[in-house]
Design a protein around this ligand. Structure first.
Ligand code: AFP
Length: 319
């Protein structure tokens, strides 16, 4: 079995990007090791402060963010980083070729119940040699040169695209290296499985309510087939299930909190996942736009997300 370095070396990926990917994934291996200790590492629970999202930061959010920040700032190829846990971008090396946006621990509310969490990353190429600014990060997702996540589950898995399809790697705990286990992942255009947080139903638009009601009606409704539902409450877990067996994931606009029309963040959740889904033959939209076409206006910008099986996304948008 090929490991990540061997796969990258035999691909068309530039050496400098290979270095950044190895640095990022090696750090995720270290995060995986910390997570596997659970409460034995004495690091569960709250860190006692809030992040820019106004959410309680858990110690592991902070620890994983600092591990990635330290590793990437030390990488000459990195110009700057942006993180869910950092209010502003963090400049690194003015001659670095790459900008990296990441969610260091997505699904962190799952940590204390030993459920799935993950690290999501999105990489852009940066020209020139000026110190990076937030403006430099505001690039549509279709310009990403690489996107991926590491899912910390029963096994830790890396799912990565550098623009030529999607590959899945499984972390070999004996050698702490990612080994290629699925090459050229694709998903079916149809599905019978949806993922949405039903507790928000009364806050959704009428069109989303009608769409989901028809899914729930199953054979008795106008979809003429039954659907199953799953909700991991960590985007990495729901997206991984969709890349493995199909499905549709929806975090729609809702009017629960008018200041936050969507929950998911564009730069380090929606964009990287949208690249992976499109590379696997799926689709990723807001209610109106292809996510990868969106011109960002802020690094912590939120968007509605409808992604997964291409025909099911189209069906949802038709409502
Ligand atoms: P946390 O990182 O705060 O747990 O949020 C995870 C997330 O951003 C995304 O990974 C999930 O799909 C979504 O939020 C879950 O949202 P709900 O908790 O509202 O279901």
């Amino acid at each position: 079995m090929q490991n990540l370095s061997q796969v990258l070396a035999s691909s068309a990926v530039e050496d400098s990007l290979q270095t950044v990917l190895i640095q990022t994934t090696d750090t995720c291996v270290a995060i995986s090791d910390v997570l596997k200790q659970g409460s034995l590492a004495g690091i569960l629970g709250m860190a006692g402060n809030e992040n820019v999202q106004g959410e309680e930061q858990k110690k592991l959010d902070v620890i994983s963010n600092d591990m990635l920040k330290d590793a990437l700032l030390a990488c000459p190829e990195v110009r700057a980083i942006a993180s869910e846990e950092e209010e502003d971008i963090v400049p690194a090396n003015t001659k670095g070729e790459y900008l990296i946006a990441f969610d260091p621990l997505d699904g962190s509310s799952n940590i204390d119940i030993n459920a799935m969490v993950g690290t999501i990353f999105s990489i852009y190429r940066q020209t020139g040699d000026n110190p990076a600014t937030e403006q430099d990060f505001l690039i549509p997702g279709k310009e990403q040169v690489a996107a991926g996540y590491v899912l910390y589950g029963p096994s830790s898995m890396l799912v990565l695209s550098t623009g030529n399809g999607v590959n899945m790697f499984t972390l070999d705990p004996k050698t702490n290296t990612f080994l290629l286990t699925e090459e050229g992942v694709t998903i079916q255009p149809e599905t019978q499985e949806f993922a949405i947080n039903m507790s928000n139903q009364r806050f959704w638009s009428e069109s989303i309510q009608n769409y989901v009601n028809d899914l729930v009606k199953g054979k008795e409704g106008n979809r003429n087939k039954n659907f199953n539902m799953r909700w991991v409450a960590a985007m990495v877990g729901d997206v991984h299930r969709i890349l493995c067996r199909g499905g549709i994931f929806i975090y729609p606009w809702d009017n629960k909190d008018p200041s936050k029309p969507g929950k998911l963040r564009l730069m380090y959740e929606a964009n990287p996942m949208a690249m992976l889904l499109e590379q696997a033959g799926g689709k990723a939209y807001t209610h109106t736009d292809r996510i990868l076409d969106i011109q960002p206006n802020a690094i912590h910008q939120r968007v509605a997300v409808i992604l997964g099986a291409a025909n099911e996304v189209d069906k949802c948008l038709s409502y």
